[in-house]
Design a protein around this ligand. Sequence first.
Ligand code: ATP
Length: 281
Amino acid sequence: MSSIEIQNVSKYFQRKAPGTTATVTALEEVNLSVGHGEFLTLVGPSGCGKSTLLDILAGLSEPDAGQVLVDGEAISGPGLERSVVFQQYALFPWKTAAANVEVGLESLARGRRDLGRKQRRERAVEYLRLVGLEGFEDRYPSELSGGMRQRVAIARALAHEPKVLLMDEPFAALDAQTREQLQELLLQIWKRTGTTIIFITHGIEEAIYLGQRVAVMSGRPGRIQRIISIDLEHRDTEDDVRSTTEFGRYRHEIWNLLHASADSIGAKAGQPELALAGAAA
Ligand SMILES: Nc1ncnc2c1ncn2[C@@H]1O[C@H](COP(=O)(O)OP(=O)(O)OP(=O)(O)O)[C@@H](O)[C@H]1O
């Protein structure tokens, strides 16, 4: 597990239109600390820069100002200590579930004798078992349901035992029941592995259910508006914790923050209904 420091991160994009170039400020002076082994969720209105921030954390893009430190070291690109799970499963359709997980292990195996073909297979099987896919090792992605494919993607991300797991709306494409099952599974895995997790979502309930803290972003330019610590007293005893009063209070607080933020984006764009559609999802 690792700690992450996001320090004064800003990111700009140039948007070209005939005859002009406009600068879009996707992120402005974002500051956020995530502790060793913490599960932090990040919510914000559509277009506020969540994916841009995750790409920077993954090392897939660079900030225009500021920096990201992992365990005190500035990152300068992708690294094996950080794994990413995206909304789309991004599996190789011509490889079996086990082979897809093994792909993630190949770069780790370079120069290591203890991670040959046989050991990679064993580790892939072990992680498929962890995500509940024992017996499905030889299935191709087209033979798996959406939820199962996302389980394979999670197994692949975890198999090289990263210190940080970055997740960009990983369950957004799944039906409600499968999403709840995978949320439960992810919490179990997190408790077992202690991996530091940053999880982006549009869903307020998902953010509260999973996160120890929820970082709420404001609309464009994206900033951290508020960080809310989630202390669900009945999390372990209550079957349906989402229906409790305390859960409802958090939901209402975050909903208000997002709506205030979406109203201001909508007012700027002259299209309040569009802005709200993103925030309320
Ligand atoms: N490559 C790019 N070129 C130009 N603008 C971009 C680029 N990538 C993102 N943007 C802009 O930056 C802003 C933030 O985008 P981003 O995708 O990070 O938002 P988001 O919060 O993840 O949105 P959503 O919740 O809808 O997925 C948006 O205004 C988007 O249009």
